[in-house]
Design a protein around this ligand. Structure first.
Ligand code: DAT
Ligand code: MG
Length: 134
């Protein structure tokens, strides 16, 4: 059964001209892109997306960063979409991310780690609602 997940190309990757190669990686999985949009996140959207991290030392920097420029918002759909995308993205810290993963190949630092992806189908539903209102 198909699953949906929310994927976002973060501001550092957009600024570095990496939109196309990153989308290519996700398309290579065979998942289908259902929604695709370039946008600057509002502070409210950023806070809603990262509510689980509120109060952590990196939280304010994270909100500043994620709203600092355009991002590419996407919904991908297909079998095990959440897990397939998390595997493709690699570990949160690019230093720990395996070669061949998006963060392993394009990421430089943990605070600007190229992509966001939902970590469960519940998170995916919540995030798709935040960013696409559905
Ligand atoms: P992920 O994005 O892999 O789901 P997460 O949910 O733990 O990771 O954290 C959300 C984002 O917050 C992450 O992509 C980058 C930032 N972040 C996490 N840990 C951090 C840290 N120790 N220092 C700076 N930024 C951090
Ligand atoms: Mg997360």
């Amino acid at each position: 059964m198909d699953q949906r997940t929310y994927i976002m190309i973060k501001p550092d990757a957009v600024k570095r001209g990496l939109i196309a190669p990153i989308i290519q990686r996700f398309e290579n999985t065979g998942l289908v892109i259902e929604r695709l949009e370039l946008a600057v996140l509002t502070r409210e959207q950023a806070a809603a997306n990262y509510v689980e991290h509120e109060g952590k030392p990196f939280y304010e920097g994270l909100i500043e960063y994620i709203t600092s420029g355009p991002v590419v918002k996407m919904v991908l759909a297909g079998p095990e979409a959440v897990m397939v995308c998390r595997k493709l993205m690699g570990a949160t810290n690019p230093r720990d991310a395996a070669p061949g993963t998006v963060r392993g190949d394009f990421g430089l630092t943990v605070d600007a780690n190229v992509v966001h992806g939902s970590d469960s189908s519940e998170s995916a539903r919540r995030e798709i609602d935040i960013f696409f209102g559905e």
